[in-house]
Design a protein around this ligand. Sequence first.
Ligand code: SAM
Length: 213
Amino acid sequence: MDYALLREMMVETQLLTRGIRDSRVLEAMKKVQRHKFVPEAMLGSSYDDIALPIGEGQTISQPYMVAVMTELLAMSGDEKVLEIGTGSGYQAAVLSELAREVYTIERIPVLADKARARLEDLGYNNVFVVTGDGSRGLEDKSPFDRIIITAAAPELPVVIINQLREDGIIVGPVGDRMSQVVVKGRKKKGVLVEEFHTPCIFVPLIGEYGWKS
Ligand code: SAM
């Protein structure tokens, strides 16, 4: 299978047509090999316009959703980024192409271990995978320039917002268990100014400051 061609087509038909315009994001989406992050049985669907199961009841997000959320982070290349919800590691790899340093937290140890090994194998040496409850953020590495939550929360947890630097941006799906909207917040004078973007459906953020189970 010509995966490079499939990636080109994915960018043309799924991202450009739906309004993704940040050229750095488009280049990263063209470059990161999504097929290395999906289970072998799903290889043929690697560049389809859908989320795919990755085991443990979790998913690798739809390419378009990865692109939308990444574009909303408006990165220039020198950012320290926190991702909550490592999953397969794909979003972290995309962030790695666009930022200085990426910390990513996953609560399910087997997924964290697999993602860490995969990212290491692929040479993403500015990504650090942490196992634990990301609903608390990652206090000891804060403040972050950008934070992305890739699991659905009832609200953006205050404890995480506190780990965002002034003028920093946080993006994540907020809503109930069945449906959410992508929220972007920018910290201005210590207060989060929010915008509401694309409707979406993510698996839940489970933890102390997310859903309880
Ligand atoms: N970003 C991922 C990727 O590129 O494959 C997809 C993320 S998947 C939609 C959501 C992930 O968030 C799951 O792997 C899930 O286990 C994880 N998650 C849920 N609650 C969490 C928490 N409190 N801390 C860290 N990870 C959490």
